[in-house]
Design a protein around this ligand. Structure first.
Ligand SMILES: *Cc1c(COP(=O)(O)O)cnc(C)c1O
Length: 383
């Protein structure tokens, strides 16, 4: 990746002030609980090196990552007083790295607990851990039989400093799904029988299930980045990203002319078409062509034909020609057409949209009052 962002590039702009306002909004929803930030998968594709310091500057002290290498990358970017929890600490090697680098592992089985106990014993120190219990999602965490055996034999935790018990909701984005209350009831049941520790159940959508889902700590990821945590309701969060692609060429098609690989789209009349510099190599899913569109000054530009690796065609017939004077970019995501809209068009969820765009575009950070002074990597900042 080059150190300057040429005008003619695909650019993902990330509004750090909007990110911080989203955090403040979520924290206000949970007045009695601590609001953590989940920054796994490079902060959902937005660049953890910028996202996490901005959030820390806004008061976040609890960060969650999935893999230990994400934790190792993040550790020097934050103050030692900020806590980093590693969700997938599922081998003795990983747990050992966590201890060595001030990362808190999440223990997901009795095996994990016994590994940590012997490590704590070897090191002669108490080790700070989180424990995850499975309350119905069957993904990670102690299954019911193991929870029960731990309840019968709590000495299995001797030598460990248990600073969080957590579980994860499978259906929090569907408020009336009976699994929510069921998982919550199991969580309450088990945690009253386990050794006492701060409790955490809710991620983004769980926050909006009500105060009795908040416990001591909530773990939003998606909502911080502007993904709607509410089912079929207006999004209370702000859009954080804008994605723009350059116009590479404009042409006029006559009736009968075709567009793109396979010549799958044919003009039924005269059309003006722009070829724009974004394709599936940038994370714009090829399957999303039919429903997809770009935007230019409020005009919707339907995608024509198949999406190529680095380009695609959009119909600009409705845009007055004069509008393009000097303007050489179109929007794929903006404040009014956001990740959830694009996700709907592509038959997926906002999470997948963000993580796919993150890797392949130039990222450009705006309103960065927290980390703009530190040049991170070789990407450019706006001031
Ligand atoms: C990803 C994840 C979160 C964050 O979920 P969002 O829906 O993005 O808010 C919280 N907790 C766990 C265990 C996760 O895996």
């Amino acid at each position: 990746m080059s150190c300057s962002v040429p005008q003619a590039s695909t650019v993902l702009s990330i509004d750090l002030a909007a990110l911080v306002r989203n955090y403040a909004f979520l924290a206000r929803q949970v007045p009695k609980a601590l609001c953590a930030a989940v920054v796994k998968a490079d902060a959902y594709g937005l660049g953890v090196a910028h996202i996490a310091p901005a959030l820390e500057g806004a008061g976040v002290r609890e960060f969650f990552v999935a893999h230990v290498d994400e934790g190792l990358f993040l550790r020097p970017l934050l103050s030692q007083q900020s806590h980093i929890t590693v969700l997938h600490a599922c081998s003795p090697e990983v747990i050992d790295i966590c201890f060595a680098h001030n990362l808190r592992p999440v223990l997901n089985s009795l095996d994990h607990i016994s590994w940590v106990r012997s490590m704590a014993h070897l090191r002669g120190q108490k080790i700070n851990v989180a424990l995850q219990i499975d309350t119905g999602m069957s993904r990670l965490g102690l299954p019911p039989t193991e929870i029960e055996s731990l309840i019968e034999n709590p000495t299995a935790l001797d030598g460990l400093s248990l600073s969080l018990i957590m579980s994860h909701l499978a259906c929090a984005d569907t408020p009336h799904h009976p699994a929510n209350a069921q998982q919550r009831a199991r969580f309450c049941h088990y945690t009253t029988l386990l050794p006492q520790a701060p409790l955490s159940l809710a991620a983004s959508s769980g926050i909006f299930l009500g105060e009795n889902y908040h416990f001591n700590l909530v773990r939003p990821g998606a909502a911080l980045y502007g993904i709607n945590p509410l089912f079929e309701q207006p999004n209370p969060l702000e859009a954080v990203v804008q994605l723009q692609a350059p116009i590479l060429q404009i042409r006029t098609l006559n009736k009968g002319d075709c567009v793109g690989y396979g010549l799958t789209w044919q003009a039924d009349k005269r059309h003006r078409v722009a070829t724009i510099g974004i394709g599936y190599a940038h994370g714009f899913a090829r399957r999303g062509a039919a429903q997809g569109c770009a935007w230019f000054k409020g005009y919707r530009l339907p995608i024509l034909g198949r999406i190529s690796m680095d380009s695609m065609a959009v119909d600009i017939s409705n845009v007055p020609e004069s509008q393009f004077q000097g303007e050489r970019k179109v929007d794929l995501l903006n404040k009014t057409y956001g990740v959830d809209d694009l996700a709907k068009a592509q038959g997926t969820i906002g999470y997948e949209i963000l993580t796919s765009f993150g890797q392949c575009s130039h990222r450009f950070y705006t309103n960065d009052s927290y980390s703009a002074k530190k040049e991170i990597g070789c990407l450019q900042h706006a001031s």
